[in-house]
Structure formats: C-alpha cells, structure tokens
Design a protein around this ligand. Sequence first.
Ligand code: GLN
Length: 272
Amino acid sequence: MTVSETVRLTKLRLEPIAKEESLQQAKLLVAAVIGAEASALSVHSWMEINDEQLRILGELIERREKGEPLQYILGEWEFMGLPFNVDERALIPRQDTELLCETALERIRNYAYRDVLDLCTGSGCVAVALQKLAGVNVTAGDISGDALELAKENAEINDAEVTFVASDMFGGIEGAFDLITCNPPYLSGKDMEQLQKEITFEPAVALYGGVDGLDAYRKIAAEYKPHLKPGGTLLMEIGSTQGESVSALFSGRTRILNDLSGNPRVLIVENI
Ligand code: GLN
C-alpha cells in the first residue's frame, strides 16, 4: 500500500448500541464494502476504511434507509446453504421457503424420485438447491423472462444442471414428474395494500395472487394432474392463513406442514 493510500485510511467503528438486527445488517454492508467476512467484524474493534470505501458505504446505507431490502443491496443471499444472486428481477429467497425445499429433499430420498418440476421458480433457489443437493433431474418454469434470466445465472453459479422453460404455470410444460414444487404468488389484494416497505421493492408478479390470493392455486389444481406421475407429490408453499382454503382446492390426500414460527407454510398433495 502506498503512503498516500495509507494516510487516506479512516477509522470506522460499528456502534455497539445498535439493535441486534440493525447491527447485523450494518456488519453485512461494511463487510461487503471492505471485502471481509461479516462474522470477522466486531463492535469492539476499529476497522480501517479508505475514502472511496466510506463513500460507497454511505451510498449503500442511504439505499437501505429508503427501504430497499438488504439482500438487493448486497446482490447475493444464501438459501439452503448455497449462494444466490438476488435483484429486482425476482423475489428474495426466504428462510420460510427452506421448509418447501427440505420437505422436497426428504420425499426425493424416501421415494427415490428422479424427475422434478419447479414452477414459479423466480430466482431459481428451489430448483437449483434440489438439483444440487439431491442430484435429481430438474425442469424449472416461470412466466417472467427476467426471473428466468436470473435463475439461469444462479444455476451457473452453483454448477447446477436445470432445464429452464418459459411457462405460465403448466402452459409450456411437457411430460409428467415425480415431484412438483411451487412457491406461487399468494398475497391478496388486501395484503398488497399493507406491504412492508422492503417488499414493495420486489416484483408484484411474484407476490400478488389475485383478490383473495388464491388464483395461482386454482390454476395449479386445474392443471397439475396430467403432469404428476402416480405415487408422485405436489408441494406448494402457502400463506400462513391459507391452509384450509388451499387444501379445499385439491382432491388428493393433503397434509399441511408448519414453519419454524408454527405457521402453516407447506401443503403436500399426494397422488395416490
Ligand atoms: N412469503 C412472501 C411474503 O410474505 C410471499 C411470497 C409469495 O407470494 N410466494 O412476502
């Protein structure tokens, strides 16, 4: 490092009084700017930061203060322990959705499923995680060309082999699968009026499920049967208040799983 660079270094310290969640976010932003691991940053020590890094950090903090989700600012986020690019082309992978993925992995193991279809794939997080972690054949569809582009990037980053298809639910999908996963848009008109600021940055097409939030499930219920093999499973993420209303749309054997907060989150439909 040159002398002039050295003298331009500024000292920065994270405020220990920050609330735990803000502190974690601040650490992730600082870590991204100075190229360190967030876990290596401590509130007790000073970090060296140069003028340019300080300027960039200021810009990132300003974006966060305007409500932009931390994940979009960082541009990457983890799902099922794998790295994913995230931006406004698709929904940010949620920890809640790991339940959908874990349930899928369990059924792939228990029933030796080979062929998987992931609809409304968005960032591709479920499709990529299943291909990568279970080695199954995965086809993934989305109505949004932007989302498909992002999902392709994510398959590449993770060295996962996924076949991507532009599809309006099952329209454009050929053949039958052992397992179908889907995290469709399921927010109602009322939910859309009361969105947390961060969520307004995410694509409405990935969130809005029609006036009562159930449009996507009606479409799936009407279209899935020819695409699910005998003994196969359809797994869908649902909103926490939708367990009964979504189950009522499906005639197969259904079961609801709760997420870590105890809310209904996944609907299992078995083709028996
Ligand atoms: N779980 C998301 C939320 O509450 C909604 C995701 C979806 O519609 N699939 O913001």
